[in-house]
Design a binder for this molecule. Structure first.
Ligand code: HEC
Ligand code: HEC
Length: 332
């Protein structure tokens, strides 16, 4: 079932929803389709140890991984600000602007792939990108990064602890593994998770109706799983062409006609706090983002009350920032 046509109005919407009665709670089919937030996003290839995570935290905050020693991962993915910089597109090396919005690093490790177009397989591979990207951290080569790290004597011990038994642990690959390990524990449990765990008072009736709309209106065909997204690639403008077609998404990688305007479906966790929205940061408010999604992905118009309900539910996905875990460490 898709959204009920706007002409029927809210009373009918509410009637339909209420007719389905209670029992539409987290542990039912909806809860399963959404899934429970894991405590960490483990990886067989990069086992998480405290030493590795602690090293990754330092590297995440370290501006010496950039050419002018002024940009760190945290510059564009401010962990205290839900992992984003709040700008349409980010500013990196010498104030240059990129062409995409910086997505949050919270829960990113749990996605099927990294970047808006999925061009990196996992957070470990992803972490190598920005360091060498000329408009981000702008280091010239892997060698330059390795030399910079080896030039900081205080890094020798934490790298050794994180990668025991390696003759020369201070490498570009290990830098990326440590950063990835740190990112694998960036999760923000929210009111929605308390609801899924059985605390029905954790969200209001209005918010619950918003979840119902989200599920039954068709949003959840793309945005689902524990992260409410991050599990698939989909066409932006699936039903009605998207107004801006400058960035063609996965087409840029694959050159397949079927990949034109195909992007990773973003996670909607913390979406209240991660605007501006979409791959180009072109939409300022969550209300407008939801309206555009209904129109272009589902070919429908939401009545104002439906929109309000959905936005209200999305806000239950705003989680708690793990203040202790993300505390900026003393750099070596
Ligand atoms: C100058 C700003 C900037 C800096 C510095 C930066 N990033 Fe990003 N990051 C971005 C932008 C913009 C994107 C999206 C690019 C794209 O999709 O093509 C991104 C994407 C990502 C993603 C993918 C998230 C997802 O949902 O797909 C991760 C993870 C990430 N960055 C981690 C890092 C790490 C780790 C560092 C430091 C090594 C870093 N970033 C440095 C701007 C930045
Ligand atoms: C056919 C798949 C599909 C459907 C259905 C869909 N979305 Fe999306 N959604 C996407 C994709 C893909 C993006 C990312 C597009 C981009 O920016 O490149 C997205 C982005 C978003 C964003 C912006 C997130 C951000 O961080 O920038 C929001 C909010 C959103 N969707 C909410 C919804 C809501 C609410 C509905 C139902 C009304 C919905 N979506 C239906 C695929 C879908």
């Amino acid at each position: 079932m898709k959204f009920i046509p706007a002409s029927i109005g809210l009373a009918a919407v509410a009637a339909v929803i209420l007719a389905q009665g209670p029992g539409h709670h987290g542990m039912g089919p909806h809860g399963r389709m959404m899934g429970t937030l894991p405590a960490e996003m483990a990886s067989g290839a990069n086992p998480l140890t405290k030493a590795k995570v602690d090293l990754g935290r330092m590297l995440f905050y370290d501006p010496r991984l950039s050419k002018d020693r002024d940009v760190s991962c945290n510059s564009c993915h401010d962990l205290a600000n839900y992992g984003v910089d709040g700008k349409p597109v980010s500013t990196g090396h010498t104030g240059q602007k990129g062409n995409r919005n910086s997505p949050t690093v919270y829960h990113a490790a749990g996605h099927i792939a990294q970047f808006w177009d999925g061009r990196a397989a996992d957070v470990e591979e992803q972490a190598k990108g920005p360091v060498l990207n000329p408009v981000e951290m702008a280091m010239a080569s892997e060698k330059e990064v390795t030399e910079a790290l080896r030039g900081i004597p205080g890094y020798a011990a934490p790298f050794r602890a994180a990668f025991p038994g390696e003759a020369q642990p201070v490498t570009f690959d290990n830098m990326a593994k440590a950063i990835g390990a740190f990112e694998r524990k960036l999760v923000t449990p929210a009111r929605w998770d308390r609801f899924l765990a059985g605390d029905h008072a954790a969200i209001t009736e209005f918010e619950r109706l918003g979840h119902h709309e989200f599920m039954h209106g068709g949003c959840a065909t793309c945005h689902n799983g524990a992260f409410v997204g991050g599990r698939a690639f989909q066409k932006l403008g699936a039903e009605k062409p998207w107004p801006v077609e400058t960035d063609l998404g996965r087409y840029g990688l694959t050159k397949l006609a079927s990949d034109r305007m195909v992007f990773k479906v973003p996670s909607l966790r913390n979406v209240e706090k991660t605007g501006p929205y979409f791959h180009d940061g072109g939409v300022a408010t969550l209300e407008e983002a939801v309206r555009l999604m209904a129109k272009h992905q589902l070919n429908t118009t939401l009545v104002p009350e439906q929109e309000k309900m959905i936005v209200a539910w999305l806000k239950t996905l705003t989680g708690e920032i793990p203040r202790d875990y993300i505390k900026a460490p003393k750099l070596p």
